[in-house]
Design a protein around this ligand. Structure first.
Ligand SMILES: [Mn+2]
Length: 432
């Protein structure tokens, strides 16, 4: 049975109710989950897929509701000012988002959500990581993603998608996959009486549906515009992204209330400004905000992506340090603390920033902490120098170093088209 057509806000309440029912009375449940970094793309594609799919499920759906899970505790939402900004446009609030805090505690999860009662659709990644991966990776039943295919999702996924393709934003692939179903939903109006239930007899069905569609369209547009620099990044933008933006903007144009105020550039600027507004976060939060980890055999790799340059993080470290600690010691100490807490063998920090003359830049820091990590870091430095265009870093503070069981280097990564999507596989390769 399909979920009734509703707004995003109402849908998220329904999904939360289904999750409770699954836990309290052993109902079957389908989760739609984004990757561990829980960036904007992961959040929007899980919510959008779950929303559209719950209202137009395939005939043999595993469960009637698709529950979107954002792969962070609820406290992580405030670390992502771009989420909070977007929620205003999509008419939802932070408290509506379903997060890891809504799942049972890890020690109880297997008994409260037995794997056989669950089905997992992965979006924006294609291998379930971490603790959830240990318990539920055998229950993955579909994927839509734009990272390298790790071959972990079965080739046959029945009525669920198995889409792994190159695109700037995974949300573009989700939009593409769902558009037929979405168009049907747009044309079939509200469940009977919704207009009256809202206490406004003058508003007709189609206006309500158009407003719901526009809110969902804004949710999707935010990620695609951010991930492709409003379709202007030649390296990132694909035809999937261009077509998805066209499709979603048409949904906005169909809603006079929203189309009157929508402007692509202004919307992008609002999102981009919010995303870079990390000044009030603690350094450890900044390193956590867009973090991914891979556990390879016995070795652990972690990569933090940050939207500000090393110079900013260095000042941040100074402002947080007590007494007259030297600034570089404080900065390195903070990175080390982050890596040690996670028992990493290899840690990498990737920054993006714009130079004073408007040039997009990337810095890359790699730090090996164990014998295996040091070997991997050095191998990476040798093998990838050319592909990534690694050049000696010229910023303030000398961060290259080596010693007993550690090796550390920082570069300008001049081939700026390569994001973590490329750097992570290279670091992982060096570790094997
Ligand atoms: Mn993505």
């Amino acid at each position: 049975m399909a979920v009734q057509r509703s707004s995003l806000r109402a849908f998220l309440a329904t999904a939360r109710g289904s999750l409770r029912a699954a836990i309290d009375s052993s109902q079957k449940i389908t989760f739609v989950i984004g990757n561990e970094s829980a960036d904007l793309d992961s959040m929007t594609c899980s919510v959008l897929y779950a929303y559209l799919r719950s209202m137009s499920p395939p005939r043999n759906a595993f469960a009637s509701v698709y529950v979107p899970i954002t792969n962070i505790p609820a406290s992580g939402i405030q670390m992502r000012p771009e989420f909070v900004e977007l929620f205003k446009h999509a008419n939802i609030e932070s408290r509506h988002l379903i997060t890891l805090d809504d799942l049972p505690e890890l020690s109880m999860i297997q008994s409260k959500l037995p794997p056989e009662n669950t089905n997992w659709i992965l979006v924006d990644h294609n291998a379930l990581q971490g603790q959830l991966g240990k318990i539920y990776s055998g229950r993955v039943g579909g994927v839509i993603d734009h990272h390298d295919d790790e071959g972990k999702v079965p080739a046959e996924t029945g009525d669920e998608p198995r889409v792994v393709d190159r695109s700037g934003s995974c949300t573009s692939l989700v939009t593409e996959y769902c558009r037929q179903a979405w168009d049907l939903l747009s044309s079939s109006g509200t469940p009977s009486g919704a207009a009256n239930a809202q206490g406004d007899s003058s508003s007709d069905d189609s206006a309500i549906v158009a407003a719901w569609d526009a809110e969902a369209a804004l949710l999707g547009l935010a990620s695609i515009l951010i991930d492709t620099s409003k379709l202007q990044s030649e390296d990132k933008t694909t035809s999937h992204d261009t077509k998805a933006v066209e499709y979603l903007e048409a949904k906005i144009m169909a809603c006079p209330e929203v189309s009157g105020t929508y402007d692509r550039n202004r919307f992008y600027e609002a999102m981009d400004t919010a995303k870079k507004d990390i000044g009030r976060l603690q350094l450890q939060e900044i390193l956590t905000k867009d973090y991914k980890q891979w556990d390879e055999k016995d070795e652990k790799l972690g990569i933090s992506s940050v939207v500000k340059a090393v110079a900013f993080l260095r000042q941040k470290a100074k402002s947080e340090s007590i007494g007259d600690d030297d600034i570089d010691g404080a900065f390195l100490g903070a990175l080390q603390e982050f890596a040690k807490e996670r028992e990493l063998d290899l840690y990498s920090l990737m920054t993006t920033s714009t130079s004073s003359d408007g040039e997009f830049r990337r810095e890359l820091l790699v730090w090996g902490f164990s014998e295996a990590g040091v070997t991997a870091a050095q191998e990476f430095a040798n093998d990838c120098r050319e592909e990534l265009g690694l050049e000696e870093w010229s910023g303030e503070g000398g961060y290259n170093g080596q010693g007993d069981g550690f090796w550390r280097h920082v570069w300008w990564q001049t081939k700026v088209q390569h994001s973590r999507k490329r750097v992570a596989p290279l670091l992982r390769k060096a570790m094997t």
